[in-house]
Design a protein around this ligand. Sequence first.
Ligand SMILES: Cc1cc2nc3c(=O)[nH]c(=O)nc-3n(C[C@H](O)[C@H](O)[C@H](O)COP(=O)(O)OP(=O)(O)OC[C@H]3O[C@@H](n4cnc5c(N)ncnc54)[C@H](O)[C@@H]3O)c2cc1C
Length: 408
Amino acid sequence: MAEFIMELNDEQKEVRDWIHGFAADVMRPAAAEWDEREETPWPVIQEAAKIGIYSLDFYAQQYFDPTGLGIPMAMEELFWGDAGIALSIVGTGLAAVGVLANGTEEQIGTWIPQMYGTPDDVKVAAFCSSEPDAGSDVASLRTRAVYDEAKDEWVLNGTKTWATNGGIANVHVVVASVDAELGSKGHASFIVPPHTPGLSQGQKFQKHGIRASHTAEVVLEDVRIPGSCLLGGKDKLDERLARARERARSGGERVKNAAMATFEASRPAVGAMAVGTARAAYEEALEYAKTREQFGRPIIDNQGVAFQLADMRTSIDAARLLVWRASWMAVNGKPFTAAEGSQSKLFASETAKKVTAQAIQILGGNGFTREYPVERMHRDAAIYTIFEGTSEIQRLVIARTLSGLPIR
Ligand SMILES: Cc1cc2nc3c(=O)[nH]c(=O)nc-3n(C[C@H](O)[C@H](O)[C@H](O)COP(=O)(O)OP(=O)(O)OC[C@H]3O[C@@H](n4cnc5c(N)ncnc54)[C@H](O)[C@@H]3O)c2cc1C
C-alpha cells in the first residue's frame, strides 16, 4: 500500500504543469465563447486528443497512480481551466470507468477505444443512469433490459435523462433493471454500440452553468444489443442475481451495495473538479483585490476583504486535503468507514459554491458581468452540489455510515 503523501512527486508535478499549460493556453481563452455557444467544444477536445490529454492512456495512467493523486491533480487543473470544457473532456472518462470497473478484458479492449475515437476523428461517450423519476433515488429506475435467449440479445426500453454527452456519444453505457423486485441489486450495465437503432436523443437541456458540456435525455425504444454487451457477462450477472434472490428470500443480512462503494471511490474526483473551479475564482479575486483601489488604497488593505480571501484559501486547501485522502483510500482499497469519499465531495462542492460567490463580491460590479470569468465560475460551481449525488444525499450517506442507522 502506498503511504498517504500530501505532496506531488516530481513526475506528478511535471504532468500537472503540462495540464496546467493546456488549461491556461487553450481552455481559458476558449471558455467564454463555448459558454455562450452552449455547444460541445469539439475543436478543444481534438486539441486535447492531439497532445494526449483526451485519451484512455492518459486517464488510465492517472487512475492507476498508486498515490491516488493522479486523478485529483488532473481534474483540478482541467476544471481550473474551465468547468464546461473540462466536463466535455472528462465526461467520456466517467463512462469508461463504468466499463473498466465492471467489464471483461474483451469488453474493455473493444469498447473503450471506440469511446475516444482517434485524434483525427474524436468521439465521446455517455454514462446513462439518471431518469426523470429516478434521480437521487437511483434504485427506482424504470429502464428495463429483457434477455431474448433465442437471439442472445438484450432489449432495452426506457428514458434516461441528464446524460452528459447523451445522444451525441459514440458509445452509451446504460444502467437498466433486469429484475425490478431486487431494486438496485437487480441493476446491470450495458453497452449500446454506435448507431444502434432505437436509441435517440430527447431534449437537450439549456443550463445555468457548465454550458459547454452537452446534457440531454436519451430515449431507448426496443434497443436490441448483442448478449456480449452486458458488462461483466451473463454468468456473472446470473450468479449475482441468484445470491440477491437467496438473500431476499431468507431475509438475510443486508449486504453492502457494490454501487455505493463505487460512488465512494468516484466522488473525490468530483470534489477535485470543485477544487479547480474554486481555486480559479479565488486566484481572480486575490489578484483583483491587490490591484483595485478605493479610498486611495488597494481593497485588500481592508480586513473585510483580506479575511474573506483568507477564508476562501483555507476552505480550498481543506477541500483538497479531503479529496486527496479519499482518493488515496480508494486506490489503496481502504474501507470508507466514515464515508470519506462523500465527505470530500460534500465539502469541496459546497466550498466551490461559496468561494465563487465571494469572488463575485470581491470584484464588485465587475464580478457581476460576463467581462470577468468569476460570474461564469459561479454558475459552473452550482453543478457540484447536484450531480454524482446532491449535498443532501452526501450527508445522508455520511450520517448512515457513521451511525449504522437507516436515517431518512
Ligand atoms: C449537468 C448535469 C449533468 C449530469 N450528468 C449525468 C450523467 O452523465 N449521467 C447520469 O446518469 N446522471 C447525470 N446527472 C444527473 C444527476 O446525477 C442528478 O441530477 C442528481 O443525482 C439529482 O437527481 P435529481 O436531479 O432527480 O434531483 P432529485 O433527486 O429530485 O432531488 C431534488 C432535491 O431533493 C433533495 N432530496 C432528494 N431525496 C432526498 C432525501 N432522501 N433527503 C434529503 N433531500 C433529498 C435533493 O438533495 C435535491 O435537493 C447530471 C445532472 C446534471 C444537472
